[in-house]
Design a binder for this molecule. Structure first.
Ligand code: PEP
Length: 256
C-alpha cells in the first residue's frame, strides 16, 4: 500500500513565535488523523525549535533545501548532516523557486538528492513544467529530463527512496490548480517513466500547486496522486488540517 503524505512548505514565512504557534495549532487535530503521513518543512533557523515542538508526535520535520556539498567552505550552505542533526526526516530538493530564482539546474538538484540520501533524509524531488512549456506540448519531455538527471546520478532504485512532487510552475502560488485529470496524466507519466513495475508501484508522487481545502479531495482521489506538497495553505492551521483530512479520507492505493 502507498500511504498518502501531505507536506507543508512554509517557504520564507513566519517568525519563531508564529512557527511554534502553528505547530501547536496543528498537533491536536493531526494526531487524530492516523491513515496518512504528515510533515512540515520549516525555514532553516526554526528547524530545531519546530522539531522540538513536534517531538512525540507523528508529524515529521522537513527542510526546504540542502547543499549539494558535504561540508567545508560554502558560506551560507546547510549540509545534509546538519539537517539530520536537527531531526529532519524530509528535505525538498529542486523546488521551482530554487530552480528559477536561484538558478539551480538539473545536475545541482541531482547532487542535492544524492546528499539527502547519503544522510538518510527522504528527498522530496520537485519536478514540473512552466506554462510556456505546457502550451508548447513539452510537459513530459521536461519532467522526464528532470527525473533522468536524478536517475543518471543516483540510480533508478534511489528514486524510490525519495518522494516525487509534481508541481506545475504555473500552478504554484497562483491560485490556478491543475485539474485532477491534468495532475493524474502527469503522475501516470512519471510512474510509467520509471519503467520497473515494482519500483514504480511503490513510488510516492505528490501533487503541488495551489492545493486548498476545497480542491484537495478531488486531487487526492486520483489513482496516481499520493498526497500533496502544500505552500500557502500550509501556513493556515485550519486549511492545512482540512487538506490533511482529505488525504485521510482518500483511499490508500494498492501497489501495481
Ligand atoms: C509550493 O511552493 O510547493 C506550493 C505548492 O505552493 P502553493 O501551494 O502556494 O501553490
Amino acid at each position: 500500500m502507498r500511504v498518502k503524505l501531505v507536506a507543508g512548505n512554509w517557504k520564507m514565512n513566519g517568525t519563531l513565535a508564529s512557527s511554534q504557534a502553528l505547530v501547536k495549532a496543528l498537533l491536536p487535530p493531526l494526531s487524530a488523523l492516523k491513515r496518512a503521513h504528515y510533515a512540515v518543512c520549516a525555514p532553516f533557523p526554526y528547524l530545531a525549535a519546530v522539531g522540538q515542538a513536534l517531538r512525540g508526535s507523528d508529524v515529521a520535520l522537513g527542510a526546504q533545501d540542502v547543499s549539494q556539498f558535504e561540508d567545508g567552505a560554502y558560506t551560507g550552505g546547510v549540509s545534509g548532516a546538519m539537517l539530520a542533526d536537527c531531526g529532519c526526516r524530509y528535505v525538498i530538493v529542486g523546488h521551482s523557486e530554487r530552480r528559477s530564482v536561484f538558478g539551480e539546474g538539473d545536475e545541482t538538484v541531482a547532487l542535492k538528492y544524492a546528499q539527502a540520501l547519503k544522510h538518510r533524509l527522504t528527498p522530496i524531488l520537485c519536478v514540473g513544467e512552466t506554462l510556456a512549456e505546457r502550451e508548447s506540448g513539452v510537459t513530459e519531455e521536461v519532467v522526464g529530463r528532470q527525473l533522468n538527471a536524478v536517475i543518471q546520478r543516483c540510480g533508478l532504485a534511489a528514486l524510490a527512496q525519495g518522494v516525487i512532487a509534481y508541481e506545475p510552475v504555473w500552478a504554484i502560488g497562483t491560485g490556478r490548480t491543475a485539474t485532477p485529470q491534468q495532475a493524474q496524466a502527469v503522475h501516470s507519466f512519471i510512474r510509467g517513466h520509471v519503467g520497473d513495475r515494482r519500483l514504480a508501484g511503490s513510488l510516492l508522487i505528490l501533487y503541488g500547486g495551489s492545493v486548498k481545502a476545497n480542491n484537495a479531495a478531488q486531487l487526492f482521489a486520483m489513482a496516481d496522486v499520493d498526497g500533496g506538497l502544500i505552500g500557502g495553505a500550509s501556513l493556515v492551521a485550519d486549511e492545512f488540517v482540512a487538506i490533511c483530512s482529505a488525504a485521510q479520507g482518500a483511499k490508500e492505493t494498492v501497489k501495481t
